[in-house]
Design a protein around this ligand. Sequence first.
Ligand SMILES: [Cu+2]
Length: 508
Amino acid sequence: MRNRLAKIYTAWSTLAMLLMVPAAAFAEYKLNLQTPNTALGHTIYDLHTIITWICVVIFVVVFGFMFYSVFKHRKSVGHPAAHFHEHFWVEVGWTVIPAIILIAMAVPATTALKQLRDTSEPDMTIKATGYQWKWGYDYIKGEGEGISFFSSLSTPRAQIEGREPKGENYLLETDNHVVVPVGKKVRMLVTAADVIHAWWVPALTIKQDAVPGFIRDTWFKAEAPGIFRGQCAELCGKEHGFMPIVVEVKSAADYSAWVSSQKASMKKAAVADAPDKTWTLDELKARGEKVYASNCVACHQANGMGTPPAFPPLSGSKNATGPKADHLAIVLNGKSGTAMAPFKHLSDADIAAVVTYERNSWANKTGDMVTPAEVKAARGGGAAPAATAAPAAAPVAAPATATAALPAAVFFDTGKAAANDDGKKTIAEVAAQLKSDAATKVELTGYTDKAGNLAQNLELAKNRAVGVREALLAAGVAKDRIVMKPPATVEAGGDPKQARRVDIKPGV
Ligand SMILES: [Cu+2]
């Protein structure tokens, strides 16, 4: 007997020693929550500690009692079993005591939870939007209002792929930090654009699911300046571990300085991207390379080869070397049912740049460029994406120059959205020409003037253009060959007929 116990004891102590060796080796890993940087965080931290200790005490008392009874009253020492079924005081005791313990824990827990949910009267509001796989931030209220940026992982690919040693904040560093002032109540609105993500910064005691189509709110008030790191905490796809969050808390003065520098660089960017700016192919390509690196490499790879079959190569791709409109359509609208998400949240200049880059990199040498104006036009059309981009007519080399019927104008009767007989004749001529000339696309613009109710006029102009589009579709013109332009107004004083027309112009 003695002997057996001694053996068991030796086995346990050996196991304990084995467990202690790695514990020393991993001394830098803390076995607790991160040190909080908010008052509420301290409350939650203390609550966690107290409740853990309550659990420990219950554990020791209950198991101590149980093991003592089992050991002391075991059959082998001849102890007869006691009978206390339906013992009144035992049953009252084991109902009332746990109830009291639970209530004692629920009171501070509920108080903390109520504070956590109280997003009223914030000093400023920031919206965080989860994307596959980065975060977008919009400062929507308070000092800094109007600031807006994306924040992507900045750990170099070489570290991730093991070609370089891992840095200090491996996978916890971003190109743009969320900057906030110290001691101010910051309300966070959290949402997502594609799948569910979660905005989690442990030191600020925030973990909030980001659900597409819903906006959830939470808040924090940082106690001290510093840099606090977090991650997306909801499995959101292939690069889920690659969308960290970095919050930088600054003093009030430093925060104001950051806001002004941010505003200044936004102004500069707005000038650099001015719609009337003329770009060169090289400028667009250089910019496109950066846009590509932060938005597309994850799937299509830096060498444009993708990782087939899931992610197709862009190098040599029919789409990226075919008609610009199809290429633009897939980047703007994505392809539903695949991992190719819409990128319409990028600016016109960024999309123009990345598309130009893709058309002139790797094996792709189209030599053409897509300008921000073309991107804007492709957006403004709002036409349905060229869905399953039937590449049918694409490579046919027909003279793209306008012929007889184009450009054309369809005139309408006052107040009428449907075309009259003359109008129908014009549409039929255009349709006939489009059928014989497979390369030409058309742009439709409805016109109105500024007399009367402008909103109503624009609506009518739009409906007329939509009517023309439908007539062309009915005549067999493919829908990706018709680009809708926003309605326009004519200056007062001209022929009133001009304000009742839809232009059909040959487009790109
Ligand atoms: Cu995520």
